[in-house]
Design a binder for this molecule. Structure first.
Ligand code: ATP
Ligand code: MG
Length: 557
């Protein structure tokens, strides 16, 4: 069995050292970080890492962490995503300081600053079309060329920018650009766009604006306005840092935040791109953003992952600049550890086979008591034992494979928390399927070993009459290959979908106490795995159980 590599010492977090030495040096009295999601999809496991890093540092060092929506692209954004993101951050166990913030809160200020740049000769309105601008930009080996509009008079740019804002021009007709250096080796400095024309309704600002600032022109200034001390992002923004600093140096901002980058979390067997996750939802490959197979936080939640297990996982991964692919076994390890300690034990028979215990009196019922947890004091549950019970169809074999320890014809096994039974006769239907098992029990074996013989196998069971019928959903990894994203873009990762990632079992039988289980309650079904009561589809007295994770890592065996 392949074991995930579990670090034995606290993994490195280079940001912790930076924050510590900034505080030691008296650079800041208190740190302020922020988590800046774009509300264009649900949060995924990669975002969980960014959340743990930002909120985690603030918590550890007594600082603040802001939640700020990076909402400069209204066409792709939606209130549904804003609500989901807020609820996921809270679910993960973090609280932002103050109100929820929006980059759009700063649109007025950004507009004023754009005008200041124009007046200072550091920005101009460009009339090149997006295609022409791309051509003029050059590439990694060739420098760009100056736009013919680069040297237009300040007054003309001011007039055109005002008219852009007034809605006189069509989308893409003009743009406001910073005047930096078209030959800069760093492409981000080749006169980057500050404002685009976009006649789009915005979820926060309504129809006030038809020009929207670019990400680069928004992010650092928003950080400065909020007094962010450490602006932590992922490595793809490293090349944007010089631009981030250029704006801070060239505008009268109230603070000088610093940007630090760390490596994105990449998990094998998992997609962490909002665009692709949205495609899975839009094309109905999954039931929604919260489908328990999705790598979204709402998916993990519905699947039965605890917030603590996800935080533990993020801690285990550590924070560094090196990147690499993390084994999903590590996430599964974290949830197994958590649930082993915290989930009540229960029995549920997934593929019921009726057993009649022929020597047990017909009208007799014994109320057995079983501990809800083997180690924690979680009380007991009642389990009535009667003449008719269910066991799992897989726990009886007429021809037993080598090493089989469960019931075989004439053989014995212990019913968990109850008696030893012997299989006497298998009843079959016309097609030869086993439909019932006749057994006998040894009355001397309740809580005792049988006399003069060893019974090795222990199987789970439920009483036939008192158990409840339920639906159980067995989830498996959504993708077959370790790097579904490596599959060619387009249909590639879709073709990698595991066709057996969801198996719905109906007619399962759960022990009576599970009739009271509440949505999101988690259990270890003995011998079957960890399960969670589905948040959406369960009804009072009729739980639907989602398998969170198997008991052991048996994937690919
Ligand atoms: P996606 O690529 O899924 O669209 P994104 O980076 O565009 O993600 P944002 O909403 O902009 O999504 O992300 C908010 C924050 O989360 C950013 O600071 C981003 O760096 C961080 N983040 C996103 N994905 C990951 C990841 N896989 N690992 C760590 N941090 C991430
Ligand atoms: Mg982004």
């Amino acid at each position: 069995m392949s074991k995930p590599e579990i670090p034995s010492v606290a993994p490195a977090n280079f940001l912790r050292q930076i924050v510590q030495s900034d505080l030691d040096a008296g650079k800041h009295a208190k740190i302020i970080t922020r988590f800046p999601p774009e509300p264009n999809g649900y949060l995924h496991i990669g975002h969980a890492k960014a959340i743990c890093v930002n909120f985690g540092l603030a918590k550890e060092f007594g600082g603040d962490c802001h939640l700020r929506f990076d909402d400069t692209n209204p066409a792709k954004e939606d209130q549904e995503y804003i609500d989901a993101i807020e609820s996921d951050v809270k679910w993960l166990g973090f609280e932002w300081s103050g109100e929820v913030r929006y980059a759009s809160n700063y649109f007025d200020q950004l507009y004023v600053w754009a005008i200041e740049l124009i007046k200072a000769g550091k920005a101009y309105v460009d009339d090149l079309s997006p295609d022409q601008a791309r051509e003029y930009r050059g590439n990694l080996t060739e420098p760009g060329k100056n736009s013919p509009f680069r040297e237009r008079p300040v007054a003309e740019s001011l007039d055109l920018f005002a008219r852009m804002k007034a809605g006189e021009f069509a989308d893409g007709a003009r743009a406001l650009r910073a005047k930096i250096d078209m030959a800069a080796p760093n492409m981000n400095l080749r006169d980057p766009i500050l404002y685009r024309i976009r006649h789009a309704h915005h979820h926060q600002t309504g129809d006030k604006w038809c020009i929207y600032p670019s990400y680069d022109f928004t992010h650092g200034q928003s950080d400065a306005i909020e007094g962010i001390t450490h602006s932590i992002c992922t490595l793809e923004f490293e090349d944007h840092r010089p631009l981030y600093e250029w704006f801070l140096a060239n505008l009268p901002v109230p603070a000088q935040p610093r940007q630090y980058e760390f490596a994105r979390l990449n998990l094998n067997y998992t997609i962490t791109s909002k665009r692709k996750l949205k495609q899975l939802v839009d094309e109905k490959h999954v039931s929604g953003w919260d489908d328990p197979r999705m790598s979204t936080l709402s998916g993990y939640r519905r699947r039965g992952y605890t917030p603590a297990s996800i935080r533990t996982f993020c801690d285990m991964v550590g924070v560094n600049r090196a990147g690499g692919l993390v084994d999903i076994g590590m996430l599964e390890f974290a949830i197994r550890e958590d649930l082993d300690a915290s989930a009540a034990r229960a029995m549920c028979v997934l593929k019921p086979l009726k057993v009649v215990i022929t020597n047990y009196p017909e009208d007799q019922v014994e109320n057995l008591e079983l501990a809800r947890h083997p180690k924690q004091d979680m009380g007991v549950r009642q389990l009535p034992f009667a003449r008719e019970i269910y066991i799992d169809a897989g726990d009886f074999e007429e021809v037993a494979p080598a090493g089989y320890k469960r019931l075989v014809p004439g053989g014995e096994a212990r019913l968990r928390g109850s008696y030893v039974i012997r299989a006497d006769e298998a009843i079959k239907d016309a097609a030869g399927n086993i439909v019932e098992l006749r057994c006998s029990y040894d009355p001397e074996t309740l809580g005792k070993n049988p006399e003069g013989r060893k019974v090795k196998g222990v199987i789970h069971w439920v009483p036939a009459a008192a158990s409840i019928e339920c639906e159980v959903r067995l989830y498996d990894r959504l993708f077959r290959s370790a790097q579904p994203e490596k599959a060619e873009d387009g249909a590639g990762f879709l073709e990698d979908i595991n066709p057996n990632s969801l198996q719905v079992l109906t007619g399962c039988r759960a022990e009576p106490s599970l009739g009271q289980a509440l949505p999101e309650e988690r259990f270890q079904f003995e011998r079957e795995g960890y399960f969670c009561v589905d948040l959406k589809d369960s009804k009072p007295g009729q739980p639907v159980f989602n398998r969170t994770v198997t008991l052991r890592d048996s994937w690919g065996q």
